[in-house]
Design a protein around this ligand. Structure first.
Ligand code: FUC
Length: 772
């Protein structure tokens, strides 16, 4: 047992006991449910196993599953680097330092952007339609998604027969499963067919299989290089199964299990030699050997291993009896605290379903996209969006879900090394504000968003956080070369600005915000760049010390860190977004990006207690920016207000995020349009209200809003390898439990009381609410 100060034992009786409130009841609090089929895509319900996903519409006469596979993107391996860029770099820098921003913009636009100037997009596989011969009156329709089992269901009664569909995407068997049953025999009849906007052919294979075989398309002059295949096999009990040229029908079966597989020839960003036919055939054959019951059991067990780690109870009211879309419409009226808990758990469900070891990272839409040309290509935008996708990964106890992001960063160290060389003649590696399946790293779209070389450095921060939460030294060894390479690029490219002789990035920008001195965002040394580099450099110094290597590199990094431009407070008392005090004259005072506030969240350079002046400046900046923005930008503001310890303000922004303006009926975040980052940022915001662990302190209920007077949470994670359970009543902490697997220590804080804990060996420490 760990040693505790005596005061902690005073009221040790208050032990937390949490009942599993979400067992298998039909209307469990962890269920999204609806009284009718989805009328459009953002009403349909998402399932996924990290890689293979579907949106389920739940129609009675026609079921529609819109299908995705996370490696089906346009194009093929390509090198977007622009060999003209390097020659233009010195002049671009000089123009920026002379304040000739518009001229710098033109030079960058014509010489320094990627070729092609846009990246490849993520695309749909297509659709599976099941058409049922129903024209009877329907009763008792219900469509739902149980987050605890990761199973979507549809049920209704027609002609006195109750029909049920259960649908899931199994991370174990790598297929999607649709189970159709009825409470009377011989009632299941349907036709199945697939559609796709891709270049593909539809075939059947006797006796029971539909096959879609296709190739992906060209984009921006980059040739499509992927083959893909989707297969649907019907396994019926009773009745008759037959195939046509491109469709399949089942008549009068007692029950049917459909197995759906999809794969592409993508192996990695430079190898597309996979065999999707062999892969999907094998997946269907293997799954076909198992009973539905065992497929379901495997699926649920694997899902719950991750999902059940965290339970959140914010209070329950009668509003829970309403369908989810009605609850979203009324959340801002108050009195539905459980909807915030459901939103939090939905984000955890989405991360588990869109990012598992071996899959691609969650993109702008996770893995769910019905288009060939989705908004922003449904890519990886890394000037906020992809990083935000992973904000809840550690605190919400889904550490494993980070693995695809780590793997992508490892790829980017290779493609980004070439971009560093070609565009900057620098060592290390660099990625600008976007990347795609092919790990393109050069600046895209246009100078105002693309000329930002910090994307890779920011991604390294997500990886470093994984180490901070887990203390996993092996992982640190794995990612250290990526961190070092990211830092090396900046050691080679930081440049002294003429006024104060600080080291700055140039050319760069404060993500997507135009400054007043021109019609562009191009500038030198924006605050966010300095903050990200201060973190990256500090992490490299720490890591090299922990791993006992690279002393001279460490010294170089330390020297550069000391010369970065400092944080500055501007004339309105705000945290300056740029080197110059431009904030109040900026083109858009309410701009969605709050990049310069990175220092407060996700970073801990600015802290409510240790740097109160800077925290006050952040507050001022937030007040100027306003509370309402796009989905992800609204979510970011929640995290920031939570870090300012203003729970009521954070909650009022959450009310907006959880309103129909920013949340679709299926609970997907509305940028608008749909973008998944808001779901993830919203969830991390809720966690930040209940638990924070930056700056070496574990803080309990730092920003508890009045709207959640009583509740409990178990299984949240804190930096330093702690798992934390907290309970509260009447707005006051009643008890907390900290678990740690090994020798450990930390400072725990609640309000203005703090205490140091020393954990001699792994175990559990229970605290009551009276920290003294
Ligand atoms: C950034 C944001 C946009 C959008 C896009 C995908 O560029 O500024 O709002 O989220 O990414």
């Amino acid at each position: 047992m760990p040693t505790l100060p005596r005061s902690f034992f005073a009221a040790l009786a208050a032990v937390l006991i949490f009942q599993s409130s979400h067992a298998a009841e039909s209307s469990s609090p962890l269920t999204l449910w609806y009284r009718g089929p989805a009328t459009n895509w953002t009403g349909a319900l998402p399932i996924g196993n990290g890689r293979l996903g579907a949106m389920i519409f739940g129609g009675v006469e026609r079921e529609h599953l819109q299908l995705n596979e996370d490696t089906l993107w346009a194009g093929g391996p390509y090198d977007p680097n622009n060999t003209n860029a390097l020659a233009a770099l010195p002049e671009a820098r000089q123009l920026v330092f002379e304040g000739k921003y518009d001229e710098a913009f033109s030079l960058i636009a014509s010489n320094m952007m990627a070729k092609p100037v846009r990246q490849m997009m993520y695309q749909t596989v297509g659709d599976l339609f099941l058409t049922f011969p129903t024209n009877a009156a329907i009763e008792n329709y219900r469509r739902d998604l149980d987050l605890d089992t990761a199973v979507a269901s549809v049920s209704y009664t027609a002609n006195g027969v109750t029909f049920k569909r259960e649908i899931f995407s199994s991370p174990v068997d790598q297929v999607m499963v649709v189970r159709l049953t009825a409470d009377k025999r011989g009632q299941i009849s349907f036709n199945a067919g697939m559609n796709t906007p891709q270049a593909a052919t539809m075939n059947t294979e006797a006796p029971d299989t539909l096959v879609m075989s296709g190739v992906n398309g060209d984009a921006q002059g980059i040739k499509g290089a992927l083959k893909f295949q989707a297969r649907v096999r019907a396994i019926a009990r009773g009745g008759k199964t037959s195939i046509g040229v491109s469709s399949l029908s089942v008549t009068r079966a007692d029950s049917v299990t459909l197995l759906i597989a999809a794969a592409t020839s993508y192996k990695n960003y430079h190898d597309v030699s996979g065999d999707p036919e062999a892969i999907t055939k094998k997946q269907i054959a293997e799954a076909g050997k198992k009973s539905f019951a065992s497929l379901l059991k495997n699926h649920i067990a694997e899902h719950q291993k991750l999902f059940r780690r965290v339970e959140l109870n914010l209070g329950e009211t009668d509003a829970m009896k309403l369908p989810t879309d009605e609850r979203i419409a009324h959340f801002a009226d108050g009195n539905d605290p459980q909807l915030a808990a459901l939103y939090f758990q939905f984000a955890r469900y989405l991360l588990i379903s869109s990012s598992r070891p071996g899959s691609q990272p969650a993109n702008l839409q996770g893995i769910w996209n019905d288009s060939m040309n989705p908004p922003w290509g449904s890519k990886y935008t890394i000037n906020i969006n992809t990083e935000m996708n992973y904000w809840p990964a550690e605190v919400a106890n889904l550490s494993e879900c980070l693995e695809p992001l780590t793997a992508m960063v490892m790829d980017l160290t290779q493609t980004g090394a070439r971009t560093a060389k070609v565009h900057y003649n620098a060592g290390g590696w660099v990625v600008h504000h976007n990347t795609d399946l092919w790990r393109a790293a050069a600046p895209i779209d246009g100078p105002n968003s693309g000329m930002w070389p910090l994307g890779g450095a920011w991604l390294c921060q997500n990886l470093w956080e994984h180490y901070c939460f887990t203390g996993d030294k092996k992982y640190l060894e794995q990612i250290y070369p990526a961190m070092k390479g990211a830092a090396q690029f900046f050691l080679d490219t930081l440049i002294e600005e003429p006024t104060h002789h600080w080291l700055v990035t140039c050319p760069s920008l404060s993500p997507e915000n135009k400054h007043p001195d021109s019609n562009t965002s191009i500038c030198a040394g924006p605050t966010m760049d300095m903050e990200i580099l201060r973190d990256l450099f500090a992490n490299c110094i720490n890591a090299s010390e922990i791993l006992g290597k690279d002393k001279s590199f460490r010294d170089q990094v330390r020297a550069a860190r000391d010369r970065l431009a400092p944080l500055q407070i501007g004339s309105a008392g705000q945290l300056q977004e740029w080197l110059k005090d431009w904030d109040l004259q900026a083109k858009d005072l309410h701009h969605r990006h709050v990049s310069h506030l990175y220092g407060l969240y996700p970073s801990d350079q600015i802290d409510f207690r240790t740097t109160p002046e800077l925290a006050a400046a952040v507050k001022k900046s937030l007040e100027i920016r306003g509370d309402q923005a796009t989905g992800w930008a609204t979510a970011w503001r929640i995290n920031l207000w939570a870090r300012l310890h203003d729970g009521d303000h954070a909650f009022s922004i959450l009310e907006f995020l959880l309103s129909p303006a920013r949340t679709y009926p299926d609970m997907f975040d509305a940028h608008p349009p749909f973008q998944i980052d808001g779901n993830f940022g919203g969830a991390s915001g809720i966690a930040e209200m209940l638990l924070q662990s930056q700056a070496g302190v574990i803080e309990l209920l730092p920003a508890l809003p009045k709207a959640w007077p009583a509740g409990s949470v178990t299984g949240l994670r804190a930096r330093g390898n702690f798992t934390v359970d907290i309970a509260w009543k009447n707005g006051r902490l009643t008890a907390a439990t900290l678990h740690s697997p090994g020798k450990n220590s930390c400072q725990v804080r609640y309000g203005d009381k703090a205490v140091d804990l020393k954990v001699k060996s792994g175990g559990t420490v229970r605290l009551d609410g009276n920290l003294e």
